[in-house]
Design a protein around this ligand. Sequence first.
Ligand code: ATP
Length: 224
Amino acid sequence: MTSPPALTVHQLAKSVPGGRRLFHNLDLTVAPGEIVAIMGESGIGKSTLLNLVAGLDSADAGTISIAGQALDDRQDDARTIIRRDHVGFVFQAFHILPHLTLAQNIALPLVLARADTAASLARAITMLANVGLPGRGGDYPAQLSGGELQRIAIARALIHDPALILADEPTGNLDPETAERILSLLTTQVRASSAGLVLVTHSDCAAAIADRVLVLGPTGLTPR
Ligand SMILES: Nc1ncnc2c1ncn2[C@@H]1O[C@H](COP(=O)(O)OP(=O)(O)OP(=O)(O)O)[C@@H](O)[C@H]1O
């Protein structure tokens, strides 16, 4: 049996408060294991699109399915559970929590899904090694650089084997060398997990890891 798409967006429409239309009739399908970069001029609505898929904002029209499960016509808590179980986030807005250790931060998606705490922390330790920070589980975020924190964000996004990963400018604040390493790590980890990745970026280097680069405009997404 073939897996359903990691993400299906159909005829999505969104206006900002005040009525200005950002996009309409927007369609997007992301296959398992596929990396899709979304580019486009500043203010066109890239982060808004990601927020709609993430459930942080609601669309005016259209449908969104994650791992074959439609989010529409469900109660809020049912949607929250689908996103919690099937989506990983590498967003500035979901920053690493300063009062939790690195292992606790990475384990958070499993703990929120009520997995066993000891097993979750053990998996977080493995993920830390996978992202090149072995033995750092007891450290706190304040002890890390920006690039190292982004490694933690990637480990946390992947720990629960999500079908879909959403990343908003994952290398935005990093120097070019660190950005290169983070992109390579993200690619390796995504390929290993067969998750679909939607990557919003202005960076040509970041877009270069994608299987497809799409440009967002007022009528939707077009291949670059
Ligand atoms: N809650 C809101 N109220 C009013 N306008 C909003 C709101 N949210 C977003 N916008 C507007 O919607 C437009 C799209 O914003 P968005 O952040 O999605 O663009 P973007 O393409 O990601 O831009 P950038 O590349 O600069 O990050 C912007 O003009 C923004 O001002």
